[in-house]
Design a protein around this ligand. Structure first.
Ligand SMILES: [Mg+2]
Length: 256
């Protein structure tokens, strides 16, 4: 699922929502705090996982909206393009239950499909600073990927689409409102926050708030293929990397 913008009233109860700082969250003490995207950043979701999710989403739309395959594909793509996430269109226009949709479309053996760079466990142990997960994917799926990558113990706070609610509405990336609320909750000033992402749209929003930005291009669409990764926008990122291993050496070059 490619995830993104739009505000849709949330339905049902989620694990937590954004709105006030977490009581126990430590204040950032001068070091950098890394906010990592998940898909096509920590692992290569484009290799096969996105295909699995897209197929399940089309199945779900076909079944629950009682439309044929062609129409289901059209709606899935339309809502993804319009709102940045199929989920948001389904909730807004068809009163689909978000939790049920996320459960059904991510119900597969994630571990067997995860493809990633080698040495991530060592890399995350070496990388200084707090690490936070920031993904428009659902929590169960995100946790499964982190476990498969063997980096789950390095991530304390995990912001997934269920938690990205501000004033009762889903506000996934690249919502500036959500990003501000998340920084407040984590007690991190934007100048110490680093967003590592494959989406320049999300990086642009974070950068406008004062985040330092790292564009990860090693997975998924290559520069020039996906319009999101145009050369002009790539230059705006503080650091452009093709491998997460470049992070440790590139930190000094990070600029806002
Ligand atoms: Mg991504």
């Amino acid at each position: 699922m490619r995830r993104g913008r739009g505000a849709v009233p949330a339905r049902g109860k989620g694990p937590r929502t954004l709105g006030r700082p977490e009581a126990g969250a430590p204040r950032a003490q001068g070091g950098l705090v890394f906010f990592f995207d998940l898909d096509d950043t920590l692992h290569d979701a484009s290799h096969s996982i996105f295909r699995q999710i897209d197929t399940r989403m089309t199945d779900y739309v076909e079944r629950h909206l009682s439309v044929d395959r062609e129409e289901a594909n059209r709606l899935r793509t339309l809502y993804w393009r319009r709102y940045g996430a199929t989920l948001l269109g389904l909730v807004r226009h068809h009163a689909v239950d978000a939790a049920h949709f996320l459960d059904q479309t991510h119900d597969f053996d994630v571990a067997s499909l995860v493809r990633s760079e080698r040495g991530l466990t060592r890399l995350f142990a070496r990388l200084p600073g707090r690490k936070v997960l920031l993904t428009n994917a659902p929590m169960v799926y995100a946790n499964a990927v982190l476990r498969a990558l063997a980096v789950h113990r390095h991530f304390g706070a995990r912001y997934t689409i269920e938690t990205m609610r501000v004033h009762g509405c889903f506000r996934p990336k690249p919502s500036r409102l959500m990003l501000r609320a998340m920084l407040a909750r984590e007690r991190v000033p934007a100048c110490r926050a680093v967003l590592v992402e494959d989406s320049t749209v999300n990086l642009k929003a974070a950068r406008s708030l004062g985040f330092r930005t790292v564009l990860m291009t090693g997975h998924g669409a290559r520069p020039g293929v996906f319009p999101d990764l145009g050369p002009r926008r790539m230059r705006r990122a503080g650091l452009v990397i093709r491998s997460l291993h470049e992070l440790t050496h590139g930190l000094r070059r990070l600029r806002r």
